[in-house]
Structures are given as C-alpha cells and as structure tokens.
Design a protein around this ligand. Structure first.
Ligand code: 5AD
Length: 393
C-alpha cells in the first residue's frame, strides 16, 4: 500500500526478473514493461506491476532500511512455538515466508446478483436490499484513487453475478485501470465464459477470486440452486491453465458442514493450485433462507487457517473480512498469528460500502479507509510483518 517496498532489478532473463530487497532475492515475471538491470520496480503476486524512478525508489528504501531488519527480528521473536496449533502454524509461516505480508484493496462495485445462493445477503431474491451499481468510469476512478492516493499495489474488483457488465465493459474497466494505475488486478465477478476471461487476461488482468464454497457436491447443489460444483471447478482449472493467479477457498460452517470436511476443503483448495487461500466463516444473514442458522465460531475459523498452513507451508493465506467481522478488534491479529500472511482492506467508496451486505455488520464498512490503513499498518509493524513480494516459485 501504504505498505510496499520496491525491489532493485538484479537480473533480467527474458520475462523472469530477479529483484533485490535489502539483500533478499525474489523472482517476478515481467510481461508489461521494458525493464533493465539497476532499475526499480514493485512486484505483487510474482508479477512486476509498476516501475518506479530510481531517485524515488531510493528515498523509499532509505526510509525502510532500518525498520526492515527490525521487523524481521520482531517477527522471529513472536513466531516461537510453545505448543499450540496456532503457534505451530505461525512458526511454519515464518520459516517459509519470513515476515512478508501481502495487502490487497477490494472495491465492491455492484451488489446486483442473478443468483440465489442460500447463504448470501445479495441474492437476487432479497427484495429488501437497496441495490447499487458503479459505472465503468466510477470503478476506474475508485481504483486509480486506491493505487495512486492510498498506495495499494494489488486490487480486487468484486460484484455479484451482474450481467449488466458485459465483456466490453469489463475490458474497458481492466484496460482503464491498467493504463492509469497499473497494479496486480483481480476480478471477483462469479462465473463467466472462458473466452471473456481470456480477453481480460490480454488486457492485463492477472487474478481471479472465485471460491468453490464447499468441496461437498450435495451441499453445493443445495446452497447454490441451479449450479454444480463440477462446473465451478472446471472453470477454476481452465482459468489456472490460462495463467491466472487463482484465489479460492470455501465457507466455514455452512449448514451440513462437519469438522471432517475441513481437510477435504483445504485439500481441494491446494489441488486447484490456489495462489491465495481464502476461507471465511459463514455468518447468517437476515432476509436469506439461512438467517436462523448457527454462525461459525472464531475458534473454528482460526483452526482452519492453522490447519491449512500446517498442510501447505508455501501457501498465501488470507485473513478474510468475514473472519475480522467475528471479532473486529482482535481477529485480524489472531488470523495473522495462526498462519495467515495476507490481508484485504475495503476501499469501496464509502457511500456504497454498507450496501454490499453479503452478511451483516461487516468489518471495515464503518471506518474511513485512511484510519483503517493506519490501524493495519500499526498492527503489521507491531507483529513484525513487512511488505515484500513473495515471488514466483
Ligand atoms: N457469510 C460469510 N460469507 C459469505 N459469502 C457470501 N455470503 C456469506 C455469508 N453469509 C462469501 C461467499 C462468496 C464471497 C464473495 O462472500 O463465500 O464467495
């Protein structure tokens, strides 16, 4: 953001670039820029996403130098394992990733949805919800603001399954954002044709966030009437083959979900080659068929993060907004200390933020983004986390 360090280019080997961060080497793919040794660039998710003039980069690096090594020490000290499952997971995270933490911004640009997922507050059948849509130019402006003014380097644009945005509109959005404020751009718009995603990839889109929601085909069919798990999984496999970074995962504690499902759900996330694991606790939402069901507990959600980390040391694991919602003061820290190493901040324009109510009282919808960033940066520093890109494997 707000929390990112530029790397110095040490080596360029066709599209593979080696970057140096205070002596640490990381690799990143470069598909968008002319780049040569000695120049500086930001990388995200293993991609070069912005070049930065040398003078500017050196000033930023100067301001980070001392802090960078101090943070590493703090992280190491906090990552001692004294026996709990969370601590074990955190120690693995520290060993495999050091103190790197990815910070993404998310812009929720439409709460219209053609689907009727039983758990979801923006389902088509919910007539009590006030709907909104941002026009393409407004989405681009919000993204440019997040990148240029707030300093985000990775953005997710999310909506319900809203066909108002046809392929040409989506292309215009991706093109507009990438031209005005290049970043690691991810879309989370539900299912679309592979052709549409292919066209978007050509315009610079590199990430897709699409949860499979549950590895249990029966629960899936019940929760998402008219849809099949297979169709979802096929799309995810196709997208990964296209070159997309896949962010996927599931809902913890849907009705019918049992603790035994944790392992299956985590394994499926890994099998899909997820670049980032995203698991959120189910939170019952008023005006949906599941309004009276039981909410997943904070402990279960943390256990899932820890289990995922122990089984997949190399994964990037997100602390989701739903987890943060379960304990607005502490859950972010608890997630980061139970094996997670990525976070997402809501940068939707404030007039829309509360309307994207997939579940009630979402974290990050009632605070100005500037103070939220301040809170998060302070928290990350108190935990010794620094923003280097984790690189390509
Ligand atoms: N509780 C928690 N997460 C939810 N989502 C939708 N409804 C809920 C809910 N009630 C999640 C789904 C979807 C993502 C955008 O939001 O997993 O993929």
């Amino acid at each position: 953001m707000c929390y990112s360090i530029p790397g110095k280019v040490l080596e360029v080997n066709d599209t593979l670039v080696t970057l140096d961060y205070f002596g640490e080497k990381r690799k990143a793919r470069n598909e968008l820029f002319q780049i040569s040794c000695g120049e500086y660039a930001y990388a995200q998710g293993g991609f070069i996403i912005q070049k930065i003039p040398g003078v500017q980069a050196e000033a930023i690096l100067d301001s980070w130098q001392e802090l960078f090594f101090k943070l590493k020490e703090i992280d190491k000290r906090l990552a001692r394992d004294s026996g709990t499952r969370y601590q074990k997971a955190n120690q693995i995270r520290q060993r495999y990733h050091g103190n790197s933490c990815c910070v993404h911004g998310i812009i929720e640009f439409s709460n219209y949805c053609r689907n009727d997922c039983l758990y979801c507050g923006i389902q088509h059948k919910n007539l009590s919800l006030k709907r909104y849509r941002m026009e393409a130019a407004e989405i681009i402006d919000a993204a440019v603001y997040a990148v240029k003014k707030l300093g985000f380097k990775a953005l997710v644009l999310q909506s319900g399954e809203d066909e108002y945005y046809d392929e040409d509109t989506l292309i215009a959005v991706v093109e507009g954002v990438m031209r005005q404020s290049p970043c690691l751009l991810t879309l989370s718009i539900g299912e679309r044709s592979p052709d549409t995603f292919e066209a978007l990839y050509r315009k610079g889109l590199r990430g897709v966030l699409l949860r499979f929601e549950t590895s249990n085909p029966q629960i899936y069919a019940t929760m998402k009437p008219g849809h099949s798990l297979n169709q979802r999984l096929e799309l995810l496999v196709t997208l990964r083959k296209m070159g997309y970074l896949i962010m996927t995962g599931f809902l913890i504690g849907l009705p019918g979900w049992r603790k035994e499902d944790i392992i299956k759900d985590i394994s499926l996330t890994a099998e899909l080659g997820a670049e980032m694991f995203s698991f959120g606790p189910f939170i019952p939402c008023p005006d949906t068929p599941l309004a009276k069901e039981v909410q997943a507990s904070l402990e279960t959600a943390l256990e899932v993060i820890a289990e995922a980390r122990i089984r997949n040391p190399e994964a990037k694991i997100l602390v989701t907004t739903a987890l943060e919602t379960l304990d607005k003061k502490n859950a972010l820290q608890l997630g980061l200390m139970a094996g997670a190493n990525s976070i997402m901040l809501n940068v939707t324009p404030s007039r829309y933020r509360q309307l994207y109510s997939i579940y009630p009282f979402r974290a990050g919808t009632d605070t100005a983004i500037e103070s939220r960033i301040e809170f998060v940066v302070n928290l990350l520093q108190s935990l010794g986390r620094a923003p280097t890109d984790l690189g390509v494997s």
